[in-house]
Design a protein around this ligand. Structure first.
Ligand code: BEZ
Ligand code: FE
Length: 300
């Protein structure tokens, strides 16, 4: 037996975990322990601070419900989700259009709507149209591609916030025809604050951050034999376009609604965006994230 200090306890913990059967679990837990110990030494963590951290994580857990995933939100505002997204894309055999975060407001089972439908039940501001093609990386149109879209309203709330999850709005699914084209009507979503009424919001405020996401429309696009694409289109004139709280914006995803004679719905300002999907190995997905209701079910 040897006496342990703040350094040798790390070796001892790694030694005890050395018989972990699953090699990937061992790799992840070894690194987690090494980095956690190094972090505590780095900031010279006090017992009070350690307890504050434990209390904070406990509150994050308590804030989770079937409609809210506070841990994903924590990962998002710390930039971890963006790092995992980037690492995941780096491993792909081939990449399509730029990806972005799935976020916590994705829901499976949104209605399949006829092409061109309005996704907002009662629009109170100018309607716009979003249109384009879904192709492979060679530009060949992909028929039967499913594009799922969801966004906030013109007031800046998702249906889960404005309707407490009782019914869906501002979301819809569309299936492309032979030409790979898609289009739908919507309203320009308002940029919004991430949910600030929980422990993650309190942390964000204490960091002097605004907690806003710039106006955007989420898209999850899948087609047989292709890598699923999780992305979003961001409106470039939003005041927070350069300071997204969850680090989801890329230049390639910045759009503008403008008069467009080529739009399939004349008379409405339009955003034209063509999406490219990469070829995938069967079962390969570009999805980093999940419908939070599914996460809760899996944890039960
Ligand atoms: C969203 O885009 O819906 C979102 C993403 C991360 C955190 C909060 C919201
Ligand atoms: Fe969003």
């Amino acid at each position: 037996m040897r006496d342990l200090d703040e350094f040798t306890v790390t070796d001892e913990a790694l030694e005890q975990m050395a018989r972990t059967k699953n090699p990937r679990l061992k790799e992840i837990m070894d690194a987690a322990v090494r980095h956690l110990h190094a972090f505590a030494r780095d900031v010279n963590l006090t017992p009070e601070e350690w307890l504050t951290g434990i209390q904070f994580l406990t509150q994050v857990g308590h804030a989770c419900t079937p409609l809210r995933q506070e841990f994903i939100l924590l990962s998002d505002v710390l930039g971890l989700s963006a790092v995992v997204n980037a690492l995941h894309d780096k491993k792909a055999r081939e990449l399509g259009s730029q990806s972005s975060l799935l976020g916590p407001f994705y829901r499976e089972g949104a209605p399949l709507l006829p092409m061109g439908a309005q996704i907002v039940e009662t629009p109170t501001v100018e309607e716009i149209v979003i249109y384009g093609k879904i192709t492979d990386n060679d530009g060949t149109p992909l028929p039967n591609a499913l594009i799922q879209v969801w966004q906030t309203s013109e007031r800046g709330g998702y249906d889960l916030q404005e309707r407490q999850g009782e019914s869906m709005d501002m979301r819809g699914n569309f299936m492309t025809g032979a030409d790979g084209a898609y289009h739908f009507r919507t309203v320009r979503p308002l940029g919004y604050s991430i949910p600030m009424d929980g422990p993650v919001g309190t942390m964000v405020v204490s960091q002097g951050r605004h907690g806003m996401r710039p106006s955007h429309i989420h898209c999850l696009i899948g087609a047989e034999g292709h890598r699923e694409l999780v992305t979003a289109l961001y409106f470039g004139d939003d005041p927070n376009i350069d300071s997204d709280t969850v680090f989801g914006v890329s230049q390639a995803l910045v759009v503008e609604a403008k008069d467009d004679p080529a739009s399939p719905i004349p008379g409405l300002r339009a955003v034209h965006y063509d999406f490219r999907l990469a070829k995938a190995a069967p079962g390969e997905s570009g999805r980093v994230g999940a419908d939070p209701t599914k996460l809760m079910k899996a944890a039960e």
